[in-house]
Write a protein that binds this ligand. Structure first.
Ligand code: SF4
Length: 398
Protein backbone atom coordinates (compact mmCIF):
# COMPACT_ATOMS: atom_id res chain seq x y z
CA UNK A 1 0.00 0.00 0.00
CA UNK A 2 1.02 3.60 -0.59
CA UNK A 3 1.62 6.23 2.06
CA UNK A 4 -1.38 7.47 4.01
CA UNK A 5 -0.17 10.95 2.98
CA UNK A 6 -1.89 10.24 -0.36
CA UNK A 7 -5.20 10.02 1.43
CA UNK A 8 -5.12 13.36 3.21
CA UNK A 9 -4.80 16.15 0.65
CA UNK A 10 -5.20 19.77 1.72
CA UNK A 11 -6.85 21.66 -1.11
CA UNK A 12 -9.91 23.39 -2.49
CA UNK A 13 -13.28 21.67 -2.80
CA UNK A 14 -15.82 20.76 -3.84
CA UNK A 15 -14.64 17.46 -5.32
CA UNK A 16 -11.37 15.58 -5.19
CA UNK A 17 -12.10 13.61 -8.36
CA UNK A 18 -13.88 16.45 -10.19
CA UNK A 19 -11.78 19.48 -9.23
CA UNK A 20 -8.51 18.44 -7.56
CA UNK A 21 -7.71 15.60 -10.00
CA UNK A 22 -8.60 17.52 -13.20
CA UNK A 23 -6.78 20.64 -11.96
CA UNK A 24 -3.70 18.55 -11.24
CA UNK A 25 -3.89 17.04 -14.75
CA UNK A 26 -4.32 20.46 -16.36
CA UNK A 27 -1.37 21.92 -14.43
CA UNK A 28 0.83 19.04 -15.54
CA UNK A 29 -0.28 19.35 -19.17
CA UNK A 30 0.25 23.08 -19.22
CA UNK A 31 3.80 22.60 -17.94
CA UNK A 32 4.47 20.12 -20.73
CA UNK A 33 3.14 22.47 -23.44
CA UNK A 34 4.47 25.99 -22.92
CA UNK A 35 4.10 26.52 -26.71
CA UNK A 36 0.28 26.20 -26.64
CA UNK A 37 -1.89 29.18 -27.54
CA UNK A 38 -5.10 27.19 -27.13
CA UNK A 39 -6.20 24.22 -25.04
CA UNK A 40 -9.20 22.02 -25.63
CA UNK A 41 -10.37 19.80 -22.79
CA UNK A 42 -13.02 17.12 -23.28
CA UNK A 43 -14.73 15.78 -20.16
CA UNK A 44 -16.42 12.37 -20.33
CA UNK A 45 -18.63 10.21 -18.14
CA UNK A 46 -19.23 11.54 -14.66
CA UNK A 47 -16.96 14.52 -15.32
CA UNK A 48 -19.30 15.54 -18.15
CA UNK A 49 -22.52 14.80 -16.29
CA UNK A 50 -21.71 16.53 -13.00
CA UNK A 51 -18.69 18.63 -13.96
CA UNK A 52 -20.62 21.91 -14.06
CA UNK A 53 -22.02 21.44 -10.57
CA UNK A 54 -18.67 20.23 -9.27
CA UNK A 55 -16.93 23.24 -10.89
CA UNK A 56 -14.64 21.01 -12.99
CA UNK A 57 -14.61 23.48 -15.88
CA UNK A 58 -13.63 26.32 -13.55
CA UNK A 59 -10.82 24.30 -11.94
CA UNK A 60 -9.42 23.26 -15.33
CA UNK A 61 -9.67 26.75 -16.77
CA UNK A 62 -7.89 28.27 -13.77
CA UNK A 63 -5.09 25.71 -14.04
CA UNK A 64 -4.61 26.43 -17.76
CA UNK A 65 -4.94 30.22 -17.50
CA UNK A 66 -4.09 32.55 -19.09
CA UNK A 67 -4.09 30.38 -22.23
CA UNK A 68 -7.41 30.38 -24.07
CA UNK A 69 -9.24 27.15 -23.14
CA UNK A 70 -12.30 25.44 -24.55
CA UNK A 71 -14.13 22.93 -22.33
CA UNK A 72 -16.37 20.29 -23.92
CA UNK A 73 -18.84 18.23 -21.86
CA UNK A 74 -19.22 14.94 -23.74
CA UNK A 75 -21.75 12.80 -21.89
CA UNK A 76 -22.48 10.54 -24.89
CA UNK A 77 -19.22 8.73 -25.46
CA UNK A 78 -19.26 5.38 -23.70
CA UNK A 79 -16.74 2.58 -23.27
CA UNK A 80 -14.46 4.70 -21.14
CA UNK A 81 -11.48 3.33 -19.24
CA UNK A 82 -12.80 5.07 -16.10
CA UNK A 83 -16.00 7.01 -15.27
CA UNK A 84 -13.85 10.12 -14.74
CA UNK A 85 -11.98 10.35 -18.03
CA UNK A 86 -10.74 13.55 -19.70
CA UNK A 87 -8.77 14.33 -22.85
CA UNK A 88 -6.50 17.34 -23.08
CA UNK A 89 -5.38 18.80 -26.43
CA UNK A 90 -2.70 21.45 -26.84
CA UNK A 91 -2.72 23.55 -30.02
CA UNK A 92 -0.58 26.25 -31.59
CA UNK A 93 -1.62 28.25 -34.63
CA UNK A 94 -4.55 25.89 -35.17
CA UNK A 95 -2.41 22.72 -35.23
CA UNK A 96 -2.43 20.11 -32.49
CA UNK A 97 0.88 19.90 -30.63
CA UNK A 98 -0.01 17.60 -27.77
CA UNK A 99 -2.55 15.16 -26.37
CA UNK A 100 -3.04 13.50 -23.02
CA UNK A 101 -5.79 11.22 -21.69
CA UNK A 102 -6.21 11.38 -17.93
CA UNK A 103 -8.27 9.30 -15.53
CA UNK A 104 -9.20 11.02 -12.28
CA UNK A 105 -9.35 8.03 -9.99
CA UNK A 106 -10.53 9.55 -6.72
CA UNK A 107 -9.13 11.48 -3.80
CA UNK A 108 -7.34 13.83 -6.23
CA UNK A 109 -5.22 11.02 -7.74
CA UNK A 110 -4.77 10.81 -11.51
CA UNK A 111 -3.56 8.18 -13.97
CA UNK A 112 -2.03 9.20 -17.30
CA UNK A 113 -3.15 6.83 -20.07
CA UNK A 114 -0.35 5.31 -22.15
CA UNK A 115 2.36 6.41 -19.77
CA UNK A 116 4.06 4.31 -17.20
CA UNK A 117 2.33 5.11 -13.97
CA UNK A 118 4.19 7.56 -11.83
CA UNK A 119 4.72 4.75 -9.43
CA UNK A 120 4.50 5.91 -5.89
CA UNK A 121 6.54 3.74 -3.57
CA UNK A 122 4.83 0.91 -1.77
CA UNK A 123 5.16 1.93 1.85
CA UNK A 124 3.26 -0.93 3.45
CA UNK A 125 3.82 -4.63 2.69
CA UNK A 126 0.46 -5.61 4.22
CA UNK A 127 -2.71 -5.17 2.17
CA UNK A 128 -5.42 -6.48 4.48
CA UNK A 129 -6.64 -5.65 7.95
CA UNK A 130 -6.02 -9.26 8.95
CA UNK A 131 -2.34 -8.96 8.06
CA UNK A 132 -1.98 -5.61 9.79
CA UNK A 133 -3.73 -6.84 12.91
CA UNK A 134 -1.41 -9.86 12.98
CA UNK A 135 1.62 -7.56 12.71
CA UNK A 136 0.33 -5.35 15.51
CA UNK A 137 -0.35 -8.30 17.77
CA UNK A 138 3.03 -9.90 17.15
CA UNK A 139 4.83 -6.60 17.80
CA UNK A 140 2.62 -5.56 20.71
CA UNK A 141 1.89 -2.40 18.73
CA UNK A 142 -1.11 -0.23 17.92
CA UNK A 143 -2.12 1.02 14.46
CA UNK A 144 -0.28 4.37 14.83
CA UNK A 145 2.90 2.48 15.77
CA UNK A 146 2.45 0.40 12.62
CA UNK A 147 2.13 3.62 10.61
CA UNK A 148 5.25 5.15 12.16
CA UNK A 149 7.16 1.90 11.62
CA UNK A 150 6.43 2.10 7.88
CA UNK A 151 6.31 5.84 7.23
CA UNK A 152 8.97 7.06 9.64
CA UNK A 153 8.68 9.75 12.31
CA UNK A 154 8.16 12.45 9.65
CA UNK A 155 4.56 11.31 9.33
CA UNK A 156 3.65 13.16 12.53
CA UNK A 157 4.58 16.56 11.11
CA UNK A 158 2.45 15.86 8.06
CA UNK A 159 -0.50 14.70 10.15
CA UNK A 160 -0.10 17.80 12.31
CA UNK A 161 -0.55 19.96 9.19
CA UNK A 162 -3.58 17.88 8.25
CA UNK A 163 -5.17 18.31 11.67
CA UNK A 164 -4.49 22.07 11.69
CA UNK A 165 -6.11 22.39 8.25
CA UNK A 166 -9.10 20.37 9.44
CA UNK A 167 -9.56 22.59 12.48
CA UNK A 168 -9.28 25.72 10.35
CA UNK A 169 -12.00 24.45 8.02
CA UNK A 170 -14.32 23.98 11.01
CA UNK A 171 -13.65 27.48 12.32
CA UNK A 172 -14.16 29.05 8.90
CA UNK A 173 -17.32 27.07 8.28
CA UNK A 174 -18.81 28.16 11.60
CA UNK A 175 -18.02 31.81 10.95
CA UNK A 176 -20.19 32.23 7.86
CA UNK A 177 -23.86 32.11 7.04
CA UNK A 178 -25.85 32.76 3.88
CA UNK A 179 -26.42 30.90 0.67
CA UNK A 180 -24.02 28.46 -0.95
CA UNK A 181 -23.11 29.08 -4.60
CA UNK A 182 -24.55 26.98 -7.42
CA UNK A 183 -28.17 28.06 -7.76
CA UNK A 184 -29.84 25.49 -5.48
CA UNK A 185 -30.34 28.22 -2.85
CA UNK A 186 -29.01 25.98 -0.10
CA UNK A 187 -28.49 27.93 3.12
CA UNK A 188 -25.42 27.30 5.24
CA UNK A 189 -26.59 25.74 8.51
CA UNK A 190 -23.43 25.11 10.53
CA UNK A 191 -23.52 28.43 12.39
CA UNK A 192 -27.20 28.05 13.25
CA UNK A 193 -26.66 24.52 14.60
CA UNK A 194 -23.69 25.71 16.62
CA UNK A 195 -25.72 28.54 18.14
CA UNK A 196 -28.28 26.00 19.37
CA UNK A 197 -25.69 24.02 21.33
CA UNK A 198 -26.63 25.47 24.72
CA UNK A 199 -30.34 24.75 24.45
CA UNK A 200 -31.19 22.64 27.44
CA UNK A 201 -31.85 19.18 26.12
CA UNK A 202 -30.39 15.77 26.77
CA UNK A 203 -26.65 15.19 26.53
CA UNK A 204 -27.24 12.97 23.48
CA UNK A 205 -29.14 15.71 21.66
CA UNK A 206 -26.47 18.29 22.41
CA UNK A 207 -23.77 15.89 21.22
CA UNK A 208 -25.70 15.30 18.04
CA UNK A 209 -26.11 19.01 17.39
CA UNK A 210 -22.48 19.89 18.03
CA UNK A 211 -21.01 17.06 15.94
CA UNK A 212 -23.44 17.94 13.16
CA UNK A 213 -22.52 21.63 13.36
CA UNK A 214 -18.84 20.76 12.84
CA UNK A 215 -19.62 18.35 10.00
CA UNK A 216 -21.85 20.92 8.29
CA UNK A 217 -19.14 23.56 8.74
CA UNK A 218 -16.52 21.55 6.86
CA UNK A 219 -18.88 20.18 4.22
CA UNK A 220 -20.27 23.66 3.56
CA UNK A 221 -16.76 25.05 3.21
CA UNK A 222 -16.13 22.33 0.66
CA UNK A 223 -19.33 23.13 -1.24
CA UNK A 224 -18.27 26.77 -1.37
CA UNK A 225 -14.86 25.87 -2.82
CA UNK A 226 -12.99 26.52 0.44
CA UNK A 227 -9.85 24.75 1.63
CA UNK A 228 -10.50 21.40 3.27
CA UNK A 229 -8.73 18.07 3.73
CA UNK A 230 -9.79 15.03 1.74
CA UNK A 231 -10.71 12.34 4.25
CA UNK A 232 -10.76 10.39 2.06
CA UNK A 233 -12.48 12.68 -0.49
CA UNK A 234 -13.79 16.24 -0.66
CA UNK A 235 -17.43 15.16 -0.64
CA UNK A 236 -16.89 13.25 2.61
CA UNK A 237 -14.45 15.73 4.18
CA UNK A 238 -16.63 16.68 7.18
CA UNK A 239 -17.05 13.29 8.85
CA UNK A 240 -13.64 12.70 10.39
CA UNK A 241 -12.77 16.24 11.59
CA UNK A 242 -16.17 16.79 13.19
CA UNK A 243 -16.06 13.66 15.33
CA UNK A 244 -12.41 14.24 16.30
CA UNK A 245 -12.92 17.88 17.20
CA UNK A 246 -15.98 17.03 19.29
CA UNK A 247 -14.17 14.29 21.19
CA UNK A 248 -11.12 16.46 21.74
CA UNK A 249 -13.29 19.21 23.24
CA UNK A 250 -15.36 16.89 25.36
CA UNK A 251 -12.69 14.55 26.63
CA UNK A 252 -9.59 16.73 26.51
CA UNK A 253 -7.58 14.53 24.16
CA UNK A 254 -4.23 16.10 23.22
CA UNK A 255 -3.28 16.93 19.64
CA UNK A 256 -0.77 14.06 19.77
CA UNK A 257 -3.59 11.64 20.56
CA UNK A 258 -5.64 13.06 17.69
CA UNK A 259 -2.69 12.62 15.32
CA UNK A 260 -2.47 8.97 16.33
CA UNK A 261 -6.20 8.68 15.64
CA UNK A 262 -5.65 10.19 12.19
CA UNK A 263 -2.96 7.57 11.57
CA UNK A 264 -5.37 4.75 12.48
CA UNK A 265 -8.02 6.26 10.22
CA UNK A 266 -5.42 6.49 7.47
CA UNK A 267 -4.75 2.75 7.65
CA UNK A 268 -8.45 2.00 7.25
CA UNK A 269 -8.88 4.49 4.39
CA UNK A 270 -5.79 3.14 2.70
CA UNK A 271 -7.11 -0.43 2.84
CA UNK A 272 -10.40 0.66 1.27
CA UNK A 273 -8.59 2.63 -1.42
CA UNK A 274 -6.26 -0.28 -2.18
CA UNK A 275 -8.78 -3.11 -2.15
CA UNK A 276 -11.92 -1.31 -3.35
CA UNK A 277 -12.44 2.35 -4.16
CA UNK A 278 -12.94 5.74 -2.54
CA UNK A 279 -14.54 7.19 -5.68
CA UNK A 280 -18.25 7.99 -5.87
CA UNK A 281 -18.06 7.73 -9.65
CA UNK A 282 -16.76 4.20 -9.35
CA UNK A 283 -18.72 2.76 -6.43
CA UNK A 284 -21.31 5.31 -5.29
CA UNK A 285 -21.46 7.21 -2.04
CA UNK A 286 -20.71 4.10 0.03
CA UNK A 287 -17.13 4.53 -1.25
CA UNK A 288 -16.95 8.15 -0.08
CA UNK A 289 -19.18 8.64 2.96
CA UNK A 290 -19.01 4.94 3.87
CA UNK A 291 -15.22 5.08 3.80
CA UNK A 292 -15.13 8.31 5.79
CA UNK A 293 -17.43 6.80 8.42
CA UNK A 294 -15.27 3.70 8.63
CA UNK A 295 -12.11 5.82 8.99
CA UNK A 296 -13.78 7.89 11.70
CA UNK A 297 -14.88 4.84 13.66
CA UNK A 298 -11.29 3.56 13.58
CA UNK A 299 -9.98 6.97 14.63
CA UNK A 300 -12.34 7.09 17.59
CA UNK A 301 -11.42 3.53 18.50
CA UNK A 302 -7.79 4.59 18.62
CA UNK A 303 -8.60 7.71 20.67
CA UNK A 304 -10.34 5.54 23.25
CA UNK A 305 -7.50 3.00 23.16
CA UNK A 306 -9.64 0.11 22.03
CA UNK A 307 -8.02 -3.18 21.04
CA UNK A 308 -7.12 -3.92 17.42
CA UNK A 309 -10.14 -6.27 17.05
CA UNK A 310 -12.51 -3.69 18.51
CA UNK A 311 -11.23 -1.07 16.10
CA UNK A 312 -11.78 -3.51 13.25
CA UNK A 313 -15.34 -4.12 14.39
CA UNK A 314 -16.08 -0.40 14.65
CA UNK A 315 -14.68 0.24 11.15
CA UNK A 316 -16.57 -2.74 9.75
CA UNK A 317 -19.91 -1.71 11.27
CA UNK A 318 -19.45 1.81 9.98
CA UNK A 319 -18.98 0.57 6.42
CA UNK A 320 -21.53 -2.27 6.57
CA UNK A 321 -24.43 0.09 7.12
CA UNK A 322 -23.48 2.24 4.17
CA UNK A 323 -23.45 -0.66 1.70
CA UNK A 324 -25.43 0.23 -1.40
CA UNK A 325 -25.46 3.96 -0.67
CA UNK A 326 -25.89 5.75 -3.97
CA UNK A 327 -24.31 8.93 -5.24
CA UNK A 328 -27.04 11.23 -6.58
CA UNK A 329 -26.02 14.84 -5.99
CA UNK A 330 -28.77 17.24 -7.03
CA UNK A 331 -27.67 19.42 -9.90
CA UNK A 332 -24.27 17.76 -9.71
CA UNK A 333 -23.50 20.04 -6.78
CA UNK A 334 -21.82 18.63 -3.69
CA UNK A 335 -24.63 19.95 -1.48
CA UNK A 336 -27.76 17.77 -1.38
CA UNK A 337 -27.52 15.07 -0.06
CA UNK A 338 -23.79 15.42 0.55
CA UNK A 339 -23.59 18.00 3.34
CA UNK A 340 -26.19 16.42 5.61
CA UNK A 341 -24.76 13.00 4.85
CA UNK A 342 -21.45 14.05 6.41
CA UNK A 343 -23.23 14.89 9.66
CA UNK A 344 -25.24 11.67 9.74
CA UNK A 345 -22.11 9.61 9.05
CA UNK A 346 -20.20 11.33 11.87
CA UNK A 347 -22.95 10.33 14.31
CA UNK A 348 -23.03 6.84 12.85
CA UNK A 349 -19.30 6.47 13.48
CA UNK A 350 -19.89 7.33 17.14
CA UNK A 351 -22.64 4.69 17.25
CA UNK A 352 -20.34 2.12 15.64
CA UNK A 353 -17.78 2.83 18.34
CA UNK A 354 -20.34 2.29 21.02
CA UNK A 355 -21.40 -1.06 19.54
CA UNK A 356 -17.79 -2.17 19.20
CA UNK A 357 -17.30 -1.46 22.86
CA UNK A 358 -19.73 -4.21 23.79
CA UNK A 359 -20.21 -6.55 20.86
CA UNK A 360 -16.82 -7.23 19.29
CA UNK A 361 -16.68 -10.80 20.56
CA UNK A 362 -19.91 -11.63 18.70
CA UNK A 363 -18.90 -10.30 15.29
CA UNK A 364 -19.25 -12.43 12.18
CA UNK A 365 -18.08 -10.09 9.42
CA UNK A 366 -14.48 -9.00 9.03
CA UNK A 367 -13.41 -5.58 7.81
CA UNK A 368 -11.71 -7.13 4.79
CA UNK A 369 -14.93 -8.90 3.85
CA UNK A 370 -17.05 -5.77 4.08
CA UNK A 371 -14.56 -3.86 1.91
CA UNK A 372 -14.69 -6.60 -0.74
CA UNK A 373 -18.49 -6.49 -0.55
CA UNK A 374 -18.57 -2.71 -0.90
CA UNK A 375 -16.47 -2.95 -4.05
CA UNK A 376 -18.65 -5.64 -5.60
CA UNK A 377 -21.81 -3.74 -4.68
CA UNK A 378 -20.38 -0.57 -6.19
CA UNK A 379 -19.52 -2.31 -9.44
CA UNK A 380 -23.11 -3.64 -9.60
CA UNK A 381 -24.68 -0.21 -9.04
CA UNK A 382 -26.28 1.28 -12.11
CA UNK A 383 -24.22 4.13 -13.53
CA UNK A 384 -27.19 6.37 -12.65
CA UNK A 385 -26.16 6.10 -9.02
CA UNK A 386 -22.45 6.68 -9.50
CA UNK A 387 -21.97 10.46 -9.56
CA UNK A 388 -23.78 11.06 -12.83
CA UNK A 389 -26.73 13.02 -11.36
CA UNK A 390 -29.01 10.90 -13.57
CA UNK A 391 -30.81 8.94 -10.85
CA UNK A 392 -32.12 9.11 -7.30
CA UNK A 393 -32.62 12.51 -5.71
CA UNK A 394 -30.87 14.19 -8.62
CA UNK A 395 -33.51 12.86 -11.01
CA UNK A 396 -36.60 13.33 -8.85
CA UNK A 397 -35.84 16.75 -7.43
CA UNK A 398 -37.65 19.58 -9.16
S1 SF4 B 1 -23.58 11.85 -2.88
FE1 SF4 B 1 -21.74 11.15 -1.75
S2 SF4 B 1 -20.31 10.40 -3.32
FE2 SF4 B 1 -21.86 11.66 -4.33
S3 SF4 B 1 -20.93 13.71 -4.49
FE3 SF4 B 1 -22.19 13.62 -2.62
S4 SF4 B 1 -20.76 13.00 -0.98
FE4 SF4 B 1 -19.75 12.53 -2.94
Amino acid sequence: MKSIRELYTIGRGPSSSHTMGPARAATLFRGEHPEADHFRVVLYGSLALTGRGHLTDQAVQEALAPVDTEIVFDSRTGDLPHPNTMDLFACRGGAQTGFLRVLSTGGGAITLAGRPEAVLPEVYAETSYAEIAAWCKSHNARLPDYVEHNEGKGIWDDLYRVWEAMKRSIVRGLSVSGELPGGLHVERKAQFLHEQRHIDESQATRENRLVCAYAFAVAEENAAGGVIVTAPTCGACGVLPSALRYMQEQKGFSDEQVLRALAAAGVVGNLIKTNASISGAQCGCQAEIGSACSMTAAALGELFEMGIDQIEYAAEVAMEHHLGLTCDPIGGLVQIPCIERNAVAAMRAINALSLANFLTSTRKISFDLVVKTMYETGRDLSHRYRETAEGGLAKNYC
